[in-house]
Design a protein around this ligand. Structure first.
Ligand code: SF4
Ligand code: SF4
Length: 244
């Protein structure tokens, strides 16, 4: 059955259900750059530490850019490290997939699908009826979709690079910009980056302190570097130096 933004579905998740937190165990959760940013700020650690402690990066043979997975605990249940007896300890900053659950987006088109049945997710048997669009708003998905669209513009263009697999330095740069926002800030402000690119003072001040703004800037820079978009200006002084 196809599910669109305007479809109706019955769902309610609450502590009274027997299945409460069942879906937070032994599950593959891919994290988007915006997920990582929100979760790392929630946990109050630097990006390096967050990535090391809570994630693992994978590079598949069909997709040369790394993807980041939430690392489940090494216990019998393989439970999420943020799961407590009371539920999700980072609920306000939980990742996109957890907000979408039990729905997921069909990659092929603009439709959605249920990824579990009523036997696993008892919330689907509850009486509360939603229109999918209203459910997404209720789950706080709108800012996530904004950043995910910017990210997808980059990864979806990967096929247009031809058969050329990016070299390690490009992969490292992609990973840092998308997932290690604190390191990317250090790169922008402590390397020759700002001697090379024109960045107006207002934007410079915003990206110095504002992680989401810096992530947006990082996506722009990746489009410049990877997709060849002319969306950043190289400084005259840098061009002259290059000519010499
Ligand atoms: S399985 Fe469904 S109803 Fe049960 S806790 Fe997970 S989302 Fe909620
Ligand atoms: S982040 Fe929260 S909602 Fe998502 S799997 Fe972990 S405990 Fe569950």
């Amino acid at each position: 059955m196809s599910i669109t933004l305007y479809s109706k579905f019955r769902f309610s998740c609450h502590k009274g259900l027997k299945c409460f937190t069942r879906c937070c165990r032994n599950v593959n959760i891919f994290l988007t750059p915006y997920d990582v940013l929100r979760m790392k700020n929630r946990t109050g650690v630097q990006s390096d530490e967050f990535l090391k402690k809570y994630t693992k990066a994978l590079v598949s043979s069909s997709f040369s850019l790394p993807v980041v997975l939430l690392k489940m605990k090494d216990d019998e249940d393989k439970s999420c490290p943020f799961l407590t007896n009371g539920g999700c300890s980072i609920y306000e900053d939980r990742p996109w997939s957890c907000r979408m659950y039990p729905l997921d987006k069909d990659i092929e088109d603009d439709e959605y699908k249920l990824i579990v049945g009523e036997d696993f997710c008892l919330g689907l048997k509850e009486g509360k009826e939603w229109i999918v669009e209203d459910w997404f708003e209720d789950q706080g998905l709108i800012p996530y979709d904004t950043y995910n669209q910017l990210f997808n513009q980059i990864v979806n263009a990967e096929s247009s690079w031809g058969n050329k697999v990016p070299d390690k330095s490009v992969i490292d740069m992609f990973y840092m910009t998308c997932y290690n926002i604190d390191k990317f800030r250090g790169f922008v402000f402590n390397s020759s980056f700002l001697n090379l690119f024109e960045v107006d003072e207002g934007l410079k001040e915003r990206i110095r302190v504002d992680d989401p703004e810096l992530l947006k800037f990082g996506f722009k820079w990746l489009r410049f570097g990877l997709l060849g978009e002319k969306n950043l200006l190289i400084k005259e002084s840098a061009l002259k130096k290059k000519k010499k």
